[in-house]
Design a protein around this ligand. Structure first.
Ligand SMILES: [Zn+2]
Length: 512
């Protein structure tokens, strides 16, 4: 028996006898330890705590046979199409935009926004995510919709790093060949991503009402310029100015598809065809910047990220389904670029499940470069926790089980086939577990899942709210599907041209 350390004064929750994934334990065989929590904060981790005379902590949990993990950070996600999970298979990214993005849909109801936000957050929580970075397009913008979404996150009890997604160039202008191949009468149907709303200053609204508003311990703000090709130099400059003044993380898509790399080659001759060089020249690169996807980064661009401290958020599920390609994972690791992991939209990734994302990340890392690299399971776990936390500028608060960190954690039952026999916790978490063993989840010191039941909200009632709005959603989705079918010949023509183009690097197998 290890000699006990006195339980810290003020402990409100004592988690005893669990294996605990602290930063310095052996992640293959994490040591058994106790965790002391006071309200929203981890006070200490010790081999074993003992009570002082007369000390009675309000809550104790004997977690023998369990594993305490830092809560995962879903570092790239959009809650606007949660209801579209399971609707699509094998759609190239440029075509997917016409199904999934808010600009394609009639305005949504507040009921739909609330239900979809809660449903997405619940799925995240159940697989042990305690933080989600929502890069939300609200189009057309309605302040009440923003309030509805924020309230839904507060009610569910997940930590959110919230950004509105915006741009000031139309999607049609940024997708290769679309303007050339589509007859002009179809151009109005090709809106894409965050279309600019000329009469409304979204960033100013966000600053006045969100950044200058009251703080909340589980809500953090971020900025979401949709992608550099959809944002002018002036808009990026304004973004970075605001990010610096409020010390905010910035999330932007970059090089998700070959089409995006091709646009850069075509438009950015003065920067060697490179979005990264353009952004570097504009002063946008630094630790505050997170680039979602980063599939078609060139080797010299990876070096620039490493030098400037700008990070990436990889989303392997969506990248495969939408035929975007294989990100240069080992090259990013070797260069020391920060990597977070995300699950992206529900229509492109389907699952908000960090276990699915970690497994794909680790397997794709293996084939992304056949030379030996860092152990992929370990890197997947770091990306899902510390990487995402650092990108959100919360690396001092979340992503670790350590004193002074927030009590954001999940507890897994090791009496599950995933963990029997226990050869390596890290490898079995990444390559076998799928979320089935997640028994309890805590965010900011509050239980949100207890004994596999959501305790913050009535989950069955949320599902009923979703079912009530699905007839409307399905009607709109069917109309969109019919519209895309009329556009298909030209979409295919543009796609073939994109596939045939040479952008100087290859991230897809040459299969057609
Ligand atoms: Zn995205």
């Amino acid at each position: 028996m290890p000699q006990s350390t006195p339980l810290p004064e003020g402990t409100t929750l004592w988690i005893a006898n669990a294996r605990v994934m602290t930063p310095d334990t052996d992640w293959h065989q994490p040591a058994v330890a106790d965790v002391a929590i006071r309200d929203d904060m981890i006070l200490g981790v010790a081999p074993a705590y003992g009570l002082r005379p007369g000390q009675v902590p309000p809550e104790t949990l004997d977690a023998r046979g369990h594993l305490v993990l830092p809560g995962f950070v879903n570092a790239h996600y959009h809650s606007h199409d949660v209801l579209a999970k399971g609707t699509l298979e094998q759609v190239p990214l440029e075509q997917w935009r016409l199904y999934a993005l808010p600009a394609q849909y009639p305005p949504r109801s507040k009921e739909e926004l609330r239900a979809r936000t809660m449903l997405g957050a619940l799925e995240c929580l159940r697989s042990g995510m305690t933080t989600v970075q929502d890069m939300l397009t609200l189009y057309p913008f309605d302040p009440e919709h923003l309030d509805t979404v924020i309230q839904a996150y507060e009610d569910v009890g997940i930590r959110v790093v919230f950004a509105l997604q915006y741009g000031d160039r139309k999607g049609l202008d940024t997708v290769p060949f679309w303007k050339d191949v589509f007859p002009p009468e179809y151009h109005h149907l090709l809106s894409s991503a965050a279309e600019p709303e000329k009469k409304f200053d979204l960033l100013d609204y966000f600053e006045q009402n969100c950044l200058k508003g009251p703080t909340h311990s589980r809500r953090h703000w971020a900025l979401g310029p949709s992608s550099p090709e959809r944002c002018t130099t002036a808009l990026m400059a304004r973004t970075m100015d605001m990010a610096k003044r409020y010390d905010l993380p910035v999330y932007s898509h970059i090089y998700e598809s070959k089409g995006m790399a091709l646009t850069a080659r075509q438009e950015l001759g003065q920067y060697g065809g490179s979005l990264i060089r353009r952004l570097h020249a504009e002063g946008c690169l630094g630790p505050q910047m997170n680039f979602a996807h980063s599939v078609w980064l060139a080797p010299d661009e990876i070096e620039i990220l490493a030098e400037t401290g700008a990070g990436t958020v990889l989303n392997p599920q969506g990248n495969l389904k939408m035929q975007c390609g294989l990100p240069p994972i080992k090259s990013l690791m070797r260069a020391g670029v920060r990597i977070g992991l995300g699950c992206d939209n529900c229509s492109c990734s389907d699952a908000q499940n960090m276990y699915a994302a970690m497994k794909l990340f680790s397997l794709l890392a293996v084939v992304s470069d056949l030379r030996k690299g860092p152990p992929p399971a370990m890197e997947a776990l770091k990306a899902a926790t510390e990487g995402g936390a650092e990108g959100a500028r919360l690396g001092h608060l979340i992503g670790r089980i350590a004193p002074g960190y927030k009590a954001d954690l999940s507890i897994l039952d090791l009496a599950d086939p995933s963990f029997v026999p226990l050869n390596s916790v890290a490898r079995q978490l990444v390559n076998i577990e799928g979320g089935r063993a997640v028994r309890h989840v805590m965010v900011d010191g509050n239980w949100v899942v207890r004994d596999r039941r959501v305790v913050s909200v009535d989950e069955a009632a949320v599902f009923e709210e979703v079912e009530a709005i699905m007839p409307t959603f399905r009607k709109d989705f069917d109309a969109i599907t019919k519209r895309v079918a009329t556009l298909q010949p030209w979409l295919d023509e543009a796609q073939e041209k994109m596939d045939a183009a040479d952008v100087g690097i290859e991230r897809l197998p040459r299969l057609r």
